[in-house]
Design a binder for this molecule. Structure first.
Ligand SMILES: Nc1ncnc2c1ncn2[C@@H]1O[C@H](COP(=O)(O)OP(=O)(O)O)[C@@H](O)[C@H]1O
Ligand SMILES: [Mg+2]
Length: 397
């Protein structure tokens, strides 16, 4: 079938044609937006799960919902800001830069007093991580108050920024939505600051909604950063889709294009993907390309599933495997015997005939590369479903 019209969207963060099975979380977000607009507060939320289950696209749907109501939205990725491209300013720089465009959009001389103060605060925040660059909002901020988000203490500066920007946004009836993806990659100080800001927002009635997304280790690292984190957030585990939702993820995008899946074809693909959103998109794409006319039949699904598997092996899994050094691959192999469930680090060491401490660097590097995570202390697990299977299919190097 016409590849140009192919509605499936495999790839990190790519918005699916049909975002299914997440109604509860999206409804809760909508209620949060409503509450804040009516002067109440809403609990911050943590979305956690393996790679490829749809955390980023869910977070983006939160962003869209907030932006459609005219909220100021900052969606950032933790860890990304530590690279040279972001000036090494980490979460501080990422949040600051994400707010620039929405603030520019609202900056005009007729803006309310609070919005103008927020601009001043944003300028001071910018100066706290970027001494060379500055922003010009094109309005006179001589007498407006604000500022002071440049003490260098992240918790204090971020709180001031969030408070003032939220107050400015609320002048238009909205608020500020702060969305942090890959939050497990934030430093302990950044996580502590995020918790402190979310906590202050709830206690002091700031018009702010916070959502964090990350790997299954995120609830644990948050609790380590601030002991009250356990009670602060609503924790939502994001997992593979239920069979019904998986069917919808395949069928709905096709129906919209006038294409029909036979029952047998859908069943085959749902079973082959285990309902993992990334895999559904990949397999759906291959099945579509395989089919002729306007029906995806069982035979198409069989070929499409085989091609989907090959595409995952060549891309999704292979790219991760190739990122690991020889020593790290040996570590991953030793884990693979346990499937996706996770393995005690001591067990990995025993299988490799090594001391646990001597494998610390390999383990730390694999975590930094996003290939494994620690579901609990002393345990390692793969960050993507099906990685163990893939590794067992690889010829020994
Ligand atoms: N609820 C969903 N329904 C259908 N497809 C989805 C859903 N969530 C995610 N996807 C698809 O799965 C893939 C991975 O999504 P992404 O948000 O990047 O996952 P994560 O952030 O958890 O790694 C993308 O191709 C996306 O289109
Ligand atoms: Mg993601």
């Amino acid at each position: 079938m016409d590849a140009v019209a192919n509605p499936y969207a495999p790839g990190a963060g790519r918005t699916p044609a049909a975002l299914v099975g997440r109604d509860r979380q999206r409804e809760a977000w909508r209620v949060g937006l409503d509450r804040v607009e009516r002067g109440r507060t809403a609990q911050p939320v943590v979305l956690y799960g393996l790679r490829g289950v749809g955390k980023t696209v869910l977070l983006s749907s939160f962003r869209t919902a907030a932006a459609q109501r005219g909220w100021v939205v900052a969606q950032v990725e933790a860890g990304a800001g530590s690279g040279p491209a972001a000036g090494g300013a980490g979460l501080r720089g990422a949040v600051g830069e994400a707010l620039h465009a929405p603030l520019v959009d609202r900056a005009r001389p007729s803006a309310g007093r609070r919005l103008l103060a927020a601009l001043r605060t944003a300028l001071s925040f910018k100066a706290s991580y970027d001494t060379a660059g500055t922003w010009n909002f094109g309005v006179d901020l001589g007498e407006v108050g604000g500022g002071g988000a440049d003490t260098g203490v992240l918790e204090a500066d971020l709180a001031k920024l969030v408070r003032d920007v939220a107050a400015g946004a609320a002048e238009d009836g909205g608020g500020l939505a702060l969305l942090v993806d890959e939050a497990q990659d934030a430093t302990p100080a950044e996580l502590a600051a995020l918790c402190a800001v979310a906590h202050a927002a709830g206690q002091q009635d700031w018009p702010v909604l916070v959502a964090l997304a990350g790997l299954p280790s995120l609830p644990r690292v948050l609790a380590e950063a601030k002991s009250y984190a356990e009670r602060l957030f609503v924790y939502e585990r994001i997992e593979q889709l239920t069979p019904d939702a998986a069917v919808e993820a395949l069928v709905a995008p096709a129906v919209a294009e006038g294409v029909h899946w036979t029952d047998g074809a859908v069943e085959l693909v749902v079973a082959a993907t285990g309902g993992y959103p990334y895999f559904l998109q990949q397999f759906g794409q291959e099945c579509w390309n395989e089919a002729q006319g306007d029906t995806i039949a069982h035979a198409d699904a069989r070929v499409g599933a085989a091609r989907g598997r090959a595409a995952l092996d060549d891309g999704f899994f292979r790219s991760r495997w190739d990122r690991a050094t020889g020593a790290e691959q040996a570590y991953l192999r030793a884990m693979a015997a346990d499937g996706d469930a996770g393995t005690p680090s001591g067990e990995v060491a025993a299988r490799l005939g090594r001391k646990v401490a001597s494998l610390g660097p390999a383990r730390a590097s694999l975590i930094a590369k996003g290939l494994v995570y620690a579901p609990e202390h002393g345990v390692v697990a793969f960050t993507v479903p099906g990685m163990a299977d893939f590794i067992e299919r690889q010829p020994a190097g």
